[in-house]
Design a protein around this ligand. Structure first.
Ligand code: SF4
Length: 368
């Protein structure tokens, strides 16, 4: 399709028609052009970039906004015009510009700022971090967050043993710090000797634990009890009589990374571990066990801060704050996979030798 000719095509400066145009008309046109340019510069000064609207300045709200849920949650309300974002911008990136506006009298600076703004938005869309875990009550009562979770300042300096455990239980209270509180029947704190040589850390309570409030009951708990008993008997056989007396269900301590049952026994979410992990860390700090056994992937990765598969980590000691940690399979896994029992027994025998070494025990000769 042929384009219409430019209105000034073929017009020369000395064209009589030009000189015949009234000067007032030219002034009015110039005024309109100037006004349009000023409006555009003003738009750019407030953050306008081609393809992006000037951000909508919302008035501050005094109350928390009502959460919108359901299939229409993300659709604009009827009659309201939803702010448009370029497709390359991360959906959680704030709309507000973060650059300081240059002088409106400097068009070159405005143009530079517009280019910089566009570059920043593109870079942000490429490097935007994943959405932060949901922060709950835990965030309002804690002041810092370590790589392994929220740090509760009230648990920073505790007496060892039973007194420390009692304070931790009081701080936990009727905990609502993460979403797991909604489905629990009972919070499962942990149980055992307040000054154990050995501590077992699992992932979280199951149905039986949620019902009784005790860790490792039911079929997996029974198997763990048998494993501990076998360790004690093996220590006796090796001639470590004192160690043998320390390896019974009553003499060790047992707890989980999260204290409330995840629905359907699912793996705890990262924000739930972050909220609850500070409590088991505090428990271990006051218990001061000589060795920790991490039962399963979640406690292993939590204590060692190592995302490697459990199959690669088990069978060799890691360290949690200087305490040797032996990762091994969870008893519930052994119930499903009995062929792995030999590997777990190998791991537990290493734990017995480590405990004997740390206690400077000398074999007194195998007992009958
Ligand atoms: S799992 Fe832990 S942080 Fe979450 S509600 Fe239970 S005790 Fe509180």
């Amino acid at each position: 399709m042929a384009l219409p000719p430019s209105p000034t095509a073929g017009v020369r400066d000395d064209d009589p028609a030009m000189s015949a145009q009234p000067i007032d008309d030219l002034s009015a046109e110039l005024f309109q052009i100037t006004a349009a340019l000023r409006a555009r510069l003003d738009w750019m000064r407030h953050g306008g970039v081609d393809g992006c609207p000037v951000p909508v300045q919302r008035p501050a709200r005094s109350a928390q906004p009502q959460a919108r849920s359901g299939p229409v949650a993300d659709l604009p309300r009827s009659g309201a015009k939803a702010p448009q974002r370029p497709a390359s911008v991360h959906p959680n990136a704030p709309v507000e510009p973060t650059w300081s506006a240059p002088s409106p009298d400097d068009p070159a600076a405005l143009a530079r700022a517009a280019v910089e703004q566009t570059s920043r938005m593109a870079a942000r869309s490429q490097t935007a971090a994943p959405r932060s875990p949901v922060r709950s009550e835990a965030a309002s009562t804690a002041t810092t967050e370590s790589p392994s979770g929220i740090v509760y300042p009230e648990l920073a300096s505790l007496p060892s043993g039973a007194d420390g455990l009692r304070i931790i239980r009081e701080v936990i209270g009727d905990c609502r710090r993460c979403n797991l509180c909604h489905g629990r029947n009972q919070l499962v704190f942990g149980e055992g000797h307040p000054e154990p040589w050995l501590a077992f850390i699992g992932e979280g309570p199951g149905a039986d634990e949620d019902r009784t409030g005790l860790p490792f009951v039911g079929a997996a708990g029974d198997l763990l009890s048998k494993m501990i008993k076998a360790m004690g008997e093996h220590a006796h056989k090796l001639g470590f009589a004192e160690l043998g007396t320390r390896l019974s269900r009553e003499q060790v301590y047992i707890a989980n990374v999260v204290k409330c049952r995840p629905p359907g026994n699912r793996t705890p979410e990262a924000d739930e571990i972050a909220a609850c992990g500070g409590f088991v860390r505090a428990q271990l700090a006051v218990l001061r066990p000589r060795v920790i056994v991490a039962l399963g992937r979640t406690p292993t990765q939590f204590l060692l801060q190592n995302a490697a598969p459990l199959g690669r980590l088990r069978g060799q000691f890691g360290s949690w704050q200087g305490v040797p940690v032996m990762p091994t399979y969870h008893p519930a896994y052994l119930l499903r996979t009995p062929s792995a029992k030999g590997q777990v027994w190998d791991d537990l025998k290493l734990v017995i030798l480590k405990l004997a070494e740390l206690a400077n025990l000398m074999p007194s000769g195998p007992s009958a």
